[in-house]
Write a protein that binds this ligand. Structure first.
Ligand SMILES: *Cc1c(COP(=O)(O)O)cnc(C)c1O
Length: 388
């Protein structure tokens, strides 16, 4: 990433050097399979169990409620499909939202093909889901509510405590994709009545390809990775020991510093928002002004193509996003921006800036300076702009 200014921390983050150092011994020294019986496998087994404990503590769970997966996508798939299959005798109705990550949306779409019914709740224009809308959607066939903790494009934080309370009162399972929230905001699965929660290490300075599903004691999503006794017979496959160790080290660091990081990033984000809104005309901030992740800013610039903006920023050494990485390269505007009611042409001109540990105020000033000239240049080329 030499010479690049990185503003895409919602897509992934660099692994911290301290985290890499903790992972290294488990590649070639303490490399034994944790499931083996001989003494050298004990070190690996111990590292896995210690990591599980650390991760559990960070979200207020018990150690035996954490199941390692290959990442957030697998955790989402398992929670949703596993709960649907395990409860199909009770009902076939699932409630989710229009603006979930595709790991959730595509899984729900597939379940619809298999005979399940899914209600997709619409967020309000500021990107918040109303608990009353969920309550109205509940039927006697509802078996699962799956609602993301924080949105990956517009950063909005959902009323998880209220939703958990409602789900508990109605006796319905509640899963949350908390991939963007874990490590960034305080989470307590017990207080929030969360039955299942997905997380992924590479979103908080840990390695890629490792995540976990928290599953509350007594909840039993159907097993869907067969082939071994790992993770108490519920998720087969040899444990990714270095990944697990890196996951725990990164999360521990994030957990210990949640408040100070949120304060620091939030101030930097607010500075960015103020600068952009004051210095560039015809711009809108997407999402809620305060109920949002401390590191997220998402703007729509009228009369501009987001892809053109991204390419111009890239030429200046700035890495940002126009929405989810999955939709870049396609001409469809982001499903998240459409869900909050943006017209297609405004959604097309969007830019997501997600800040991280490595960003500075100097970099933000540089970004704003470049944005002013790029936006102006692109608008001058737009026939729509001259009409105004
Ligand atoms: C990144 C992300 C995922 C996918 O996690 P992976 O570990 O990359 O599979 C799922 N949900 C949200 C909200 C995300 O931001």
């Amino acid at each position: 990433m030499k010479g690049q200014i990185y503003f895409d921390h919602a897509a992934t983050t660099a692994v911290k050097p301290e985290v890499i150092a903790k992972m290294l011994p488990y590649f070639a020294v303490d490399y034994a399979n944790p499931s083996s019986v001989y003494s050298i496998s004990r070190t690996a087994r111990h590292a896995v169990e210690e990591s599980r404990e650390t991760i559990a503590q960070c979200i207020g769970a018990d150690k035996d409620e954490i199941y390692f997966t290959s990442g957030g996508t697998e955790a989402d798939n398992w929670a949703i499909r596993g709960s649907a299959y395990a409860n199909k005798n009770k009902g076939n109705h699932i409630i989710t939202t229009e603006f979930e990550h595709h790991a959730v949306l595509h899984t729900c779409k597939q379940l619809e093909k298999e005979g399940f019914e899914v209600t997709y709740i619409k967020p309000d224009s500021e990107g918040i889901i109303h608990t009353s809308d969920i309550e109205k959607a509940i039927t006697d066939k509802t078996i699962l509510i799956t609602i993301m903790f924080a949105n990956n494009e517009i950063g909005t934080i959902q009323p998880i405590y209220e939703i958990g309370k409602l789900a508990k009162e109605k006796g319905i399972l509640f899963h949350t994709d908390a991939v963007q929230a874990v490590g960034a905001v305080p989470i307590n699965v017990k207080e929030m009545n969360i039955d299942m929660l997905s997380m992924s290490a590479h979103k908080f300075y840990g390695p890629k390809g490792i995540g976990a599903l928290y599953v509350r004691k007594g909840v039993r999503p159907q097993v869907f990775m067969q082939g071994g006794a790992q993770e108490k017979n519920r998720r087969a496959g040899t444990e990714n020991v270095p990944g697990i160790v890196g996951f725990a080290a990164a999360l521990f660091d994030a957990c210990m510093h949640t408040e100070e990081n949120a304060l620091k990033l939030g101030q930097m984000r607010d500075y960015l928002i103020t600068e952009v809104m004051n210095k560039i005309p015809y711009v809108k901030l997407n999402g809620h002004i305060s109920k949002r992740l401390p590191n997220n800013a998402n703007f729509s610039f009228e009369f501009i193509e987001g892809e053109a903006l991204l390419l111009s920023l890239d030429l200046e050494g700035i890495a940002a996003s126009s929405g989810s990485a999955c939709t870049s390269g396609s001409l469809d505007p982001s499903h998240v921006l459409l869900s909050i009611g943006l017209p297609h042409e405004i959604a097309h001109g969007s830019l997501r800036i997600t800040l991280g540990d490595d960003n500075t105020y100097y970099q933000i000033d540089y970004l704003v300076e470049k944005l002013i000239t790029i936006v102006d240049r692109l608008r001058k080329m737009s026939p729509l702009y001259h009409e105004n």
